[in-house]
Design a protein. Structure first.
Length: 257
């Protein structure tokens, strides 16, 4: 058994070396050749990625003012109206080369960026949810029209990697986007929530009844999508819903909670 493992690992290393020789790796975010063998990104893109750090709201995960003299744990919005989810957390800031890499992946079909992006998602899971227990992971769905135009749901691709890594099953079909809502860009937080109201449905309530669920999405600005999805899921009978989003867009004044 030990010899077989040694030979298998040796062959794998040899194949990787040949691949790097004839097809030198390039950064999926910026096309730079400055990528070490086995690395996902070039040095510059790796260094430019910024994690979402505290202070952030203990519930919705959105940033709190850095000068937080009162040491507030919750944002004003969560104090006024408690979200349907238990907690929401975000991985990194949606800016710079991370933004360009995710756009390439999402709209340009750059699937060679999958490992880099899913690695960032997995690292965020470890930071925020490693000690939590979930029964299912649900990727945020896209409407069938967008699926037809794009050819794939980028969130499912990333969630599959996360699901395999953490050993929690993924259900890609029970939560569906039933309304092809207009683009959210340029809308305020309130307008985004109104735009999404009633746009999700649960096709199989029995699959999530009394379950602890983790919602996964790729990008958020105000958290409106996960808020509406969580509301729909809780209404269908889920015991608890948390959310993990790969990247958070830097907030404007009218987006702040």
């Amino acid at each position: 058994m030990g010899i077989r493992m040694f030979v298998t690992e040796g062959l794998s290393s040899f194949k990787n070396a040949l691949s790097d020789l004839f097809f030198p790796p390039t950064c999926p975010f910026c096309d730079s050749p400055d990528v070490d063998s086995g690395a996902w990104l070039c040095y510059d893109c790796t260094d430019s990625i910024s994690k979402i750090e505290e202070p952030f709201c203990s519930q919705c995960g959105l940033p709190l003012p850095e000068n937080n003299p009162d040491g507030a744990l919750f944002c004003g919005q969560c104090l006024i109206a408690t979200p349907a989810y238990h907690r929401a957390r975000y991985g990194v800031k949606y800016k710079g080369t991370l933004r360009e890499g995710l756009k390439r992946f999402k709209y340009g079909g750059a699937l060679h960026a999958t490992d880099a992006l899913s690695g960032i998602l997995i690292e965020a899971y470890r930071r925020h949810y490693e000690h939590d227990e979930f029964d299912l992971i649900l990727p945020i769905p896209i409407h069938r029209k967008k699926l037809w135009e794009r050819g794939f749901n980028q969130v499912i691709v990333l969630t599959e990697k996360l699901s395999r890594h953490v050993g929690i099953p993924m259900n890609r079909t029970c939560l569906r986007k039933s309304v092809n809502t207009p683009p959210q860009a340029g809308l305020t937080r309130h307008e985004r929530l109104s735009n999404l109201r009633g746009s999700f449905i649960v096709s199989r309530p029995d699959a999530i009844k009394d379950k602890r669920l983790l919602l996964v999405d790729d990008v958020a600005t105000t958290g409106s999508t996960i808020t509406e999805a969580a509301r729909t899921i809780r209404k269908a009978g889920a015991a608890r819903v948390d959310a993990l989003v790969l990247a958070l867009t830097p907030m404007r004044g009218n987006d702040r909670p």
